[in-house]
Design a protein around this ligand. Structure first.
Ligand SMILES: [Ca+2]
Length: 257
């Protein structure tokens, strides 16, 4: 009678979910061991442990009420900005019906500029006017698309370029790979794809041209991808070719995964 009683107790506990039976454990393992196409097993395991918040991670600039979704110029008193403003526009779009127009004014000392969004002032996925915290973008790939008008004159051997960047809560930065703005891209007015991997450590291995990470006083890479405060795009002239241009660039479809 005693043995039967234990068996009944175990059965009842398993059925009520007090502790997982062998089948539940096997299911969890099977779930972890079958990454979706293009994903690593590690990414799936992390995803299982830390579900992503149910909020959009795309800046598509579709809602007129959200205007620029917080994207703007953050003036740097030390460097005159070639980016002078940012406005939502329906002139161009990569997705939906609208994009962000970034106003450019290259000339004299204005040879680079940035437009960015601050996650504390404008938390991603939250309405304007709310404030938030730095965002954990560890091991993410951030993607964005930028387009220029064909009246932008660029030289094939000394083209201007683009970079995505992120800054952490202590204003330390990670700039991604330099993407040339090639004449063919401008002439055909294509959306130029930019990516930034937040796991990148350009001082440790030479991953790509132009990537930069903040360093501490001992010269060691110093950047915290768990505390991202700002995400932006930099548009800059080539080091050996000054640019003179007034006109728009367009940004759309900014996301990460
Ligand atoms: Ca859009």
């Amino acid at each position: 009678m005693k043995v039967t009683s234990i068996a009944i107790t175990l059965f009842a506990a398993a059925a009520s979910g007090v502790f997982p039976g062998p089948s539940a454990t096997a299911f969890a393992q099977a779930k972890k061991q079958t990454p979706a196409r293009g994903e690593t097993a590690e990414a799936v395991a992390q995803g299982a442990e830390k579900p992503q918040p149910a909020r959009p991670t795309t800046y598509g600039f579709e809602d007129p009420a959200e205007a620029t979704m917080g994207w703007r110029v953050f003036p740097d008193p030390k460097t005159p900005s070639a980016v002078t403003g940012a406005e939502r526009t329906t002139e161009q779009r990569r997705d939906g019906t609208a994009s962000l127009r970034i106003d450019l004014d290259f000339g004299e000392s204005r040879q680079s500029g940035e437009a960015a969004v601050d996650f504390i002032l404008n938390p991603p996925g939250e309405p304007q006017g709310t404030t938030g915290d730095p965002v954990n973008l560890t091991n993410k790939v951030i993607t964005a698309f930028v387009k220029f008008r064909r009246d932008l004159q660029v030289k094939e051997d000394r083209p201007p370029g683009l970079q995505l960047f992120v800054k952490d809560a202590q204003h330390r930065s990670l700039y991604g790979c330099w993407q040339n703005i090639e004449p063919v891209m401008v002439e055909s007015e294509v959306w130029i794809r930019l990516t930034l991997r937040t796991s990148m450590r350009p001082d440790l291995k030479n991953e790509c041209e132009g990537a930069e990470i903040s360093k501490d006083t001992s010269g060691k890479a110093s950047f915290d991808p768990t505390q991202i405060r700002r995400l932006g795009v930099k548009i800059a002239a080539n080091e050996s070719e000054r640019l003179a241009y007034q006109g728009p660039a367009y940004l759309d479809s900014v996301s990460w995964k």
